[in-house]
Design a binder for this molecule. Structure first.
Ligand SMILES: [Zn+2]
Length: 312
C-alpha cells in the first residue's frame, strides 16, 4: 500500500503553539519501522490548476505570495511562511496521489497528513489551508471523465469521521449531487457554526464505542440508500479517542479500530477504491494519537491484501 508524506516541509511555529506538528514525522518513522507493507513516498505539490478546481484564484494567490491578512492567518491558526504554503500544497498532493493509487488497482492508499476539511473555497480555517478531499474529488472526477469519456460523473463519497465537523467540505459540495458528504462529529465541538452536509450525525460529549459504532452503522446504511459512489475518501481522524485534548468523545483504541474496519469493510464489499487521510489528533500523549493512526494502517493493509488476492 502506498502512503504519501510531506512532513519534511516543517512550517515554523512560535514556541508553545498548540498544534502537534511532531506527530507527522513520528507516524512516518513508526510506519517505516513496524509496517513494511506500507510503501512510503514523498508527496508532490498540488499545482495551481489542481487547487483551482476548488479554490478561488485570489485565495491561491494569497497563500502563494504570502499576502494573507493577519485575520485570515489567525483563522487558519498558522502564521504564513514559504514553508507553510509549500506544506499545504504537498498535503493536497499526497491525497491526490493516494486517490490515483487506490483507483489504479491498489484498492487503498493513504496520506500521512491531510483531511483538511475546515478549508473553504476562499479561506482557510482550523489548521486547514487547502481542502485536500475537495480538490481530490474534483480532480478524480476530471481524470475519470477524460480516461473513460464517461457520460456520468464519477461519484465520490466523503466519509468524515474526524471528531470535528467537515464544514468546509460540506459547503464546497452543498449543491453538487455527484459528491456525498457524510460527517459524524461532536455536537458541541468546533466549528461552532456548522454547514449542512448531505448527512450529519451529531454525537454528545462523552460518546463511547457502542453508541458511536451504532451511529456509524446507521449512517452507512443511509449513505447506501441515498448514493452509489465509485470512490470513497475516508477521513480517519484520531481525535474521537478518549485521550484526546480536544475531542470530548470517549472512544477506545479498540472502538476506533472497529470504526476503521467498518468503513474499510463497507468499501471492500462494494469493491470501492478508498483513499484515507489522518485529519486531527491532539492526544494528551502524542503517542496515543500515533497509535490510533498506526492501527488504521494495520487494518488498511488487511484490505489491501483482499484487493491483491482478488486481482491475482
Ligand atoms: Zn478534528
Amino acid at each position: 500500500m502506498q502512503a504519501f508524506y510531506a512532513d519534511h516541509f516543517v512550517l515554523p511555529l512560535p514556541s508553545g503553539h498548540r498544534f502537534p506538528m511532531a506527530k507527522y514525522a513520528r507516524l512516518r518513522e513508526r510506519l517505516a519501522a513496524e509496517l513494511p507493507g506500507v510503501q512510503l513516498a514523498q508527496a508532490m505539490p498540488a499545482s495551481d490548476g489542481e487547487l483551482a478546481l476548488v479554490h478561488t484564484p485570489a485565495y491561491i494567490d494569497a497563500i502563494s505570495r504570502g499576502s494573507l491578512s493577519a485575520a485570515a492567518q489567525r483563522e487558519i491558526g498558522f502564521p504564513w511562511s514559504p514553508a507553510m504554503a509549500e506544506r499545504a500544497r504537498r498535503s493536497v498532493g499526497a491525497t491526490l496521489q493516494a486517490c490515483r493509487s487506490a483507483m489504479a488497482g491498489a484498492g487503498l492508499a493513504a496520506n500521512l497528513a491531510g483531511g483538511t476539511h475546515h478549508a473553504y473555497a476562499d479561506k482557510g480555517s482550523g489548521f486547514c489551508v487547502f481542502n485536500d478531499f475537495a480538490v481530490a474529488a474534483r480532480l478524480m472526477q476530471a481524470e475519470h471523465a477524460r480516461m473513460h469519456r464517461a457520460r456520468e460523473a464519477l461519484r465520490v463519497a466523503i466519509i468524515d469521521l474526524d471528531v470535528h465537523q467537515g464544514n468546509g467540505t460540506a459547503h464546497i459540495f452543498a449543491s453538487d449531487p455527484s459528491v456525498f458528504t457524510l460527517s459524524l462529529h461532536g455536537a458541541k465541538n468546533f466549528p461552532f457554526r456548522k454547514e449542512p452536509s448531505d448527512l450529519d450525525v451529531e454525537l454528545p460529549d462523552g460518546c463511547a464505542d457502542t453508541e458511536y459504532l451504532e451511529a456509524l452503522e446507521q449512517a452507512l446504511g443511509e449513505l447506501e440508500r441515498r448514493f452509489e459512489p465509485g470512490l470513497v475518501l475516508y477521513l480517519a481522524g484520531a481525535d474521537p479517542h478518549e485521550g484526546d485534548r480536544l475531542g470530548r468523545l470517549k472512544l477506545s483504541f479498540d472502538g476506533l479500530e472497529a470504526r476503521d474496519r467498518r468503513v474499510m469493510d463497507w468499501a471492500w464489499r462494494r469493491r470501492l477504491p478508498l483513499a484515507f487521510a489522518m485529519g486531527g489528533g491532539y492526544g494528551h500523549d502524542l503517542d496515543d494519537t500515533v497509535q490510533v493512526q498506526i492501527n488504521t494502517y494495520r487494518t488498511a493493509l488487511e484490505y489491501v491484501g483482499h484487493w491483491h488476492n482478488a486481482a491475482a
